[in-house]
Structures are given as structure tokens and as C-alpha cells.
Design a protein around this ligand. Structure first.
Ligand code: HEM
Length: 457
């Protein structure tokens, strides 16, 4: 497109609460974004601390920025190493990013995911056993905390073949702080880290301490594995064996960075997705019944395997619908490198583009009854013909989530296995209120009671 300077800025509000997102202070400000989209249309300008930004809500515009003209719309990775993310995938760019991406990506290829299923099932079964014991007491538990525990265990199994939750206390404590207590949006996380760096307050000290905790165990895990990789078939082995185009392997610090990026990218967002999924399941008995029916037919009471997984179409649809209604990564940013034109408006260099899966997933032009929770819309026949950029829980284009397929596998395994072993019900009177910080999650968690669950016939 040839830029035209004649068009005015897109319409939008004079004030916004958006900068406060970065500090996690806003309650559920995403409703404000929905209102903007309804009031001003598919491109909305809004003020931020760093100048005007645009909220893009039309899948065509999102496709343009993330894919068709991606070379002009960069993610927010900076020029200096980030104290938390180092030069890992989130924080790097250009040739170095491409080198790293090519080395990390094969660890998540489909045949490798299939080999991870058994370990995933085992981890969820262990939780289900603990839950079964708890069911007898009828004492409520908090699901988000439970899911955080489950996800760190599952990530540990897939990456290191080890339950790091139990064996590496320092890594777990550091990740707990960095994953969910330290607030920022996915892209302003890096900004927040930089702003914090250099300040001498207790928040900064706690932050640096958490990084140290994570580093200690990460470097220990790398050293142990370099000494003996005997028989391990996990992501760590893949990363150690990966070579770039020149045949060069990753250094310890590059490995540390990628491992931290995988944990930061995967820990909180996956735990949040699982929590919303369990929450929605309790609110829709008809969905639960249908999922249980599918599990009984496909698995017949046997544990899930890599072979049976593809047949769980409805369970997977339930996962995808949860990620539509509750995308944990509720927004990510791009910035324009050179001037351009988008939707008939002139794009000045440095304009920020906010892409919000939360908004896209509710666009009335692309989703019927967007507020209803309907897993059926993700059954194969109903998916056909949908705009590819109307559904983006994992982003799209070059920088799409590297853990995309892994996460959908993990969520499907977790849901199916938990359903096979138990039932959970919300504690009446405990309000479930969403807040948007690093992820969009239930502010005070979700309280539930557990019950032993016979599978539906
Ligand atoms: C429900 C869970 C998850 C969600 C919603 C999610 C979402 C996203 C999104 C939207 C992006 C792209 C951001 C952008 O374009 O600016 C991304 C990137 C990334 N994700 Fe995930 N993710 C999830 C799970 C995971 C897991 C389990 C891992 C690792 C095991 C992971 C690792 C990463 C990494 C390393 C990147 C950066 C990729 C790059 O820039 O090359 N994510 N994720």
C-alpha cells in the first residue's frame, strides 16, 4: 500500500486506563476495549505514555500487521539484553532471534509432542490421586494455585524429565514470583523490567532475587545434563543437541535464556487457561456431560495415549473455546518501523499497534453469539471457512507462540485425565472476577470442592 498523508487519525477516546495495565492495577479493563471497538470501530486510537497507539480489531488488519507486512511491524524486543529474559526468544530480534527460533522450534514438532503425552498423563494422574484423597474431606481448594502446581510439574517433565516443583525449590519460588506476582503485560513486561532495573527499592530487590533463584537452578540443571544425558528424551536434550547453520551449539547462557523464556512463556498462561477451563466446565453441565460421554466412548476407562488423543474432538473443542473466551495472553504489541497505510489511515513510524485476542475473539462480524460458551464452534465441520486471524490465542506470523501445539496437547490431556478421575464444583458465593495483568486471570482465584466421578455410560 502507498502511504497517503491525507487521512486523519482513526477515532478514539481522549483518555485511557491502558498504561495502568502494565502495573496490574486495573480491574478488568478489557471491557473498556470492547466498548471502544463498539463505539469507534475496527481501528481505535488511544493515548499511552509512549504516544498514541492503535487498537486493531479487524482480522484483515491484524493479518496485515502480523503476517503480510510483518517486516514493518516489529515486536517490542529492545536493543539490550533483558535482565530476566536475556536474549531468549521473547527478548531477541533479527538474525539472532531467527537462529534461536530455528534451534528451539524442533523441540516442539508434532512427533515429539506425541512422545510427551505419556509423561503428561502421569503428572495429571498424580494430581488426580491427591484430589481423590481430598474429595473425601469436602474441603474446598483454590484451582488456580492447583493448576500452577500442575503446570510447573508438567513443564519440568517435558523439559527436564524431572518434577522441578518438588526437586528444585529455588526455581519454583523464583518462577512463582516472576510468573504471577510480578505484574506487566506480555510486551510491557520487558519495559517494566527495564524501568525497575536501577531502582533501589524492595520490589527491585525481590525481582533480582527471583532471577537469581531461577538462574541457580537453571545453571545447575544445565551442568548436570552436560555431565550425563543418559537416556533422556526431553526438550533439554533437543536444545543441547541443536546446532545453528554453522554447526554451532548454544552456550550455557543461551540455553539458560531459552529455558527461562519457555518457563516465563508457558507457566502462568497455561495455568490460567486450565483454571478458566475447569471453571467453564462447572458452569455448563451439558458440556461436561458431552465431554464425559466422549471420554467413555474413546477411552473406555483406559488412560489417554498419543494414539487416542486425536479422537477427542469435543474435549479439544472445549480447550479451544476456553482459549477463545478467556485468552490468557489478552494482548500483544507491535510498533511500526516505517510509515505506512492501514485501513485508509496514515501510519506514522513508531505507532504502536495493540492486538488483543480478547477483542478479536468477540468480534460480532466473525463470531455468532460471542459471549456464549459453545465448544461446538470448534468441531472440525464448524471451523471451516473461519478467518484465520479471527482466532489468535497464540498470536500469528513469525513470532507465533513456539509452545502453541504443546499447550493445546497439555490442556487436552489435563482436562481429559481430570474428568476421568473426578468432578469439581464451584463454591457458592465465591466471586470469580477477571483482572488483566501479565495474563487475564481470576483475581481471587476459583474456589471449588472435589467429588469422586464415575464416568458417564
Ligand atoms: C495458554 C498458554 C499460552 C498462551 C496463551 C501463549 C501465548 C503466546 C503469544 C500470544 C505469543 C506471541 C506474542 C507476540 O506475538 O508478541 C507467545 C509467544 C511465545 N510463547 Fe507462548 N503461550 C502459551 C504457552 C506457552 C508455552 C507452554 C510455552 C513454552 C513451553 C510458550 C513459549 C513462548 C515463547 C518462547 C514465545 C516467544 C516466541 C518468539 O517470539 O519467537 N508459550 N505465546
Amino acid at each position: 500500500m502507498t502511504p497517503t498523508r491525507t487521512s486523519a487519525l482513526p477515532p478514539g477516546p481522549q483518555r485511557s486506563r491502558l498504561p495502568r495495565f502494565a502495573l496490574g492495577k486495573a480491574k478488568d479493563p478489557l471491557e473498556e476495549l470492547v466498548e471502544w471497538q463498539q463505539q469507534y470501530g475496527d481501528i481505535v486510537t488511544f493515548p499511552t505514555r509512549h504516544g498514541p497507539a492503535w487498537l486493531l480489531s479487524h482480522p484483515d488488519h491484524v493479518q496485515y500487521v502480523l503476517a503480510d507486512k510483518a517486516s514493518n511491524y516489529l515486536n517490542m524486543a529492545g536493543d539490550h539484553p533483558d535482565p530476566l529474559l536475556g536474549r531468549g526468544l521473547f527478548a531477541s530480534k533479527g538474525d539472532f532471534w531467527l537462529r534461536q527460533r530455528r534451534m528451539v522450534q524442533p523441540a516442539f514438532h508434532r512427533p515429539r509432542l506425541a512422545r510427551m503425552v505419556e509423561g503428561m498423563v502421569r503428572d495429571v494422574e498424580q494430581l488426580a490421586e491427591r484430589w481423590a484423597r481430598r474429595a473425601a474431606t469436602s474441603e474446598p481448594l483454590e484451582l488456580l494455585e492447583q493448576m500452577r502446581g500442575l503446570v510447573i510439574t508438567m513443564l519440568g517433565t517435558s523439559i527436564f524429565s524431572e518434577d522441578v516443583r518438588a526437586s528444585r525449590t529455588s526455581l519454583r519460588e523464583g518462577m512463582d514470583y516472576l510468573g504471577h506476582e510480578f505484574h506487566g503485560t506480555r510486551d510491557s513486561l520487558m519495559d517494566a523490567v527495564r524501568r525497575l532495573f536501577g531502582r533501589q527499592d524492595s520490589r527491585m530487590k525481590r525481582f533480582l532475587h527471583a532471577i537469581e533463584q531461577v538462574n541457580t537452578d537453571m545453571y545447575r540443571l544445565i551442568a548436570e545434563r552436560r555431565q550425563s544425558a543418559a537416556g533422556k528424551d526431553d526438550i533439554m536434550t533437543m536444545l543441547l543437541e541443536a546446532r545453528d547453520a554453522q554447526g554451532v551449539a548454544m552456550t550455557d547462557s543461551e540455553l539458560r535464556d531459552e529455558l527461562v523464556n519457555l518457563f516465563i512463556g508457558g507457566y502462568e498462561s497455561t495455568a490460567v487457561a486450565l483454571t478458566w477451563m475447569l471453571y467453564e466446565m462447572t458452569r455448563h453441565p451439558e458440556v461436561e456431560q458431552r465431554a464425559r460421554g466422549e471420554l467413555a466412548t474413546v477411552l473406555g476407562g483406559q488412560p489417554l495415549t498419543a494414539e487416542s488423543l486425536p479422537s477427542l474432538l469435543y474435549t479439544r473443542a472445549m480447550v479451544e473455546e476456553t482459549l477463545r473466551v478467556h485468552p490468557p495472553a489478552w494482548a500483544f504489541m507491535r510498533r511500526a518501523l516505517n510509515e505506512d497505510e492501514l485501513g485508509g489511515y496514515f501510519v506514522a513510524p513508531e505507532t504502536k499497534m495493540l492486538i488483543s485476542p480478547y477483542i478479536l475473539h468477540r468480534h460480532p462480524g466473525f463470531w455468532s453469539e460471542p459471549e456464549r460458551f459453545l465448544p461446538e464452534r470448534f468441531l472440525p465441520e464448524q471451523k471451516e471457512g473461519r478467518h484465520r486471524f479471527a482466532y489468535l490465542p497464540f498470536g500469528a506470523g513469525q513470532r507465533q507462540c513456539v509452545g502453541n501445539g504443546y499447550t493445546v496437547t497439555l490442556l487436552t490431556v489435563a482436562l481429559a485425565t481430570l474428568l476421568q478421575h473426578c468432578q469439581w464444583r464451584l463454591v457458592p458465593g465465591h466471586p470469580v472476577i477477571a483482572m488483566a495483568a501479565t495474563t487475564r486471570r481470576p483475581r481471587n482465584g476459583v474456589l471449588a470442592t472435589l467429588h469422586a466421578a464415575p464416568l458417564a455410560a
